[in-house]
Design a binder for this molecule. Sequence first.
Ligand SMILES: Nc1nc2c(ncn2[C@@H]2O[C@H](COP(=O)(O)OP(=O)(O)OP(=O)(O)O)[C@@H](O)[C@H]2O)c(=O)[nH]1
Ligand SMILES: [Mg+2]
Length: 348
Amino acid sequence: MRFAILGLAQTGKTSLFRILCGPQTHPEAYGAHIGVAYVPDPRLEELARIYHPKKVTPASLEFLDAPALAGDPDKDATVFGQVRGADAFVHVVRVFGEQPNPGGDGADLETEFALVDLDTVSKRLGKLERDLKKARTPELELEHRIVEKARAPLAAGTPLRAQDWSAEERKLLSGFQLLSAKPLLLVLNAGEEDAPHLEQLPQKHDLGGWAGQPGVALTEICGQIEAELAELEPADAAEFMASYDLRESARGRLLHSAYGLLGLLTFYTVGEAECRAWAVPRGTVAVEAAGTVHSDFGRRFIKAEVLPWDVLVEAGGLAAAREQGRVRLEGKQHEIHDGDVLYIRHGA
Ligand SMILES: Nc1nc2c(ncn2[C@@H]2O[C@H](COP(=O)(O)OP(=O)(O)OP(=O)(O)O)[C@@H](O)[C@H]2O)c(=O)[nH]1
Ligand SMILES: [Mg+2]
């Protein structure tokens, strides 16, 4: 799952990227960088205490630090081209410095998204109408109906993620990689004077319209301080946080929001070699989960042994949990729950 970090120049995009991914990042084309953020997970730590594995691998999300936006759809076309394939966006807006206008900056990007999408959709409609004149197939008519349905809100400047879509409509629209259809995490980046009362920022800047919108999450950070924090040892970090009256590091909060926004859950695989957490969408079934772990496991799936992580911890291991009859044997279509541990049985 990949998030692209967007925002105007000097709003704190790279600071946020460093908070999430640390210093190990990979340069991409056109000045963008890609990094991996590991999701802090106390449940995984407890599982690792039983197995003492060689390797502990938390779930991860990818972030792309995109070049600054100019605030104009024509000038921003290159950046939008780079981030189009992301699963969701993080929009960093400035709340520090001179005359911050986070609500306005947030709304401006929504307008840009809608304009760019309107262009994509209008071009597609033109093509569909030409094709329909040649042959009226049910497929073309269906696509025409869906694309036409998307055009109306875009023309009014409303993002597509705020609309109700059926699964069929969603599937078709996802092929167009429309910007305003993707989930959005709006990050208010405040100055250090706001560090002790970050949660009051949405009220202070009148962001009422943003909170609670479908497909939108809102988080406040103090980017500059927390980017420094991300590079300290844990003991130094605690002291540093206290000195700024910061209660919780932004990293955990941001990743938690990102997880919720994408509707993800975590399942685990355990063993002496590796204990690992996996992030998958809610609704994932056993055979899909197996395929995430290894494509061969998905193809040759037979059954999965499933038990909640805390039951495994209480039993002290999979063998003991089996003896106690606390492990269920599940088939391909069994829906995975957050916190499940899977032991996948597959053919050779
Ligand atoms: N006061 C204050 N300044 C900040 C904060 N975050 C960023 N800045 C300032 O903004 C500058 C740019 O921060 P970056 O994280 O590099 O911002 P960016 O959005 O990546 O910048 P560009 O990539 O150049 O568009 C920093 O050098 C700081 O001076 C903050 O939380 N508070
Ligand atoms: Mg930058």
